[in-house]
Design a protein around this ligand. Structure first.
Ligand code: RP5
Length: 167
């Protein structure tokens, strides 16, 4: 009887198989009114030749859309997500709750901001334990793109789950 062909069943292997040539960086903003503040990030990624996509998805107004995007991003080939939002900026944290990808939060100053964006800065920086979101400066989308590029430069193969030593 011929031997069964070897099959790859680990989740990591499955993810590798599903990798498509989609964008490497996913950029989300919470509102159409945030779009302009992402221009520096778009310029930086374009200059570096890093593929990216930009979508408007609000954690409060369209939570299902955010959940769908975040939970499917990795299998589409996205490797880093940049999420910018103003006011009670829940977006980066919600994305991190639905995805294991690195998430970079960009606090945005909007016309309705309190203290020039301090509201969003605190909302993004003060994530609860277990919800890792990197936070750049208010309106710091260029730095978010540079950080995304540096994360991508590390390549894949990151460890899955907490190590025994850290538990
Ligand atoms: C946040 O509320 C958005 O990220 C935006 O910065 C702010 C205001 O949104 P709009 O009322 O302009 O849509 O959720």
């Amino acid at each position: 009887m011929p031997a069964e062909p070897e099959t790859q069943t680990s989740p990591v292997g499955l993810l590798e198989e599903l990798d498509e040539s989609g964008p490497l960086v996913g950029i989300l903003v919470g509102s159409e009114s945030d779009l302009e503040s992402m221009d520096p990030a778009l310029a930086e990624l374009r200059e570096r030749g890093i593929s990216h996509e930009l979508k408007v998805l609000s954690a409060h107004r369209n939570p299902r859309g955010v959940a769908d995007y975040a939970s499917s991003a990795q299998v589409r080939g996205v490797r880093v997500i940049i999420a910018g939002a103003g006011m009670a900026a829940a977006l980066p944290g919600v994305v991190a709750a639905y995805s294991d990808l690195p998430v970079i939060g960009v606090p945005l100053r909007s016309s309705k901001s309190v203290a020039d964006g301090l509201d969003a800065l605190l909302a993004i920086a003060q994530m609860p334990p277990g919800v890792p979101v990197a936070c750049v400066s208010v309106d710091g989308s260029r730095n978010a793109a540079i950080l995304a590029a540096r994360i991508l430069a590390q390549g894949g193969g990151y460890p899955q789950g907490p190590s025994v030593a850290s538990s």
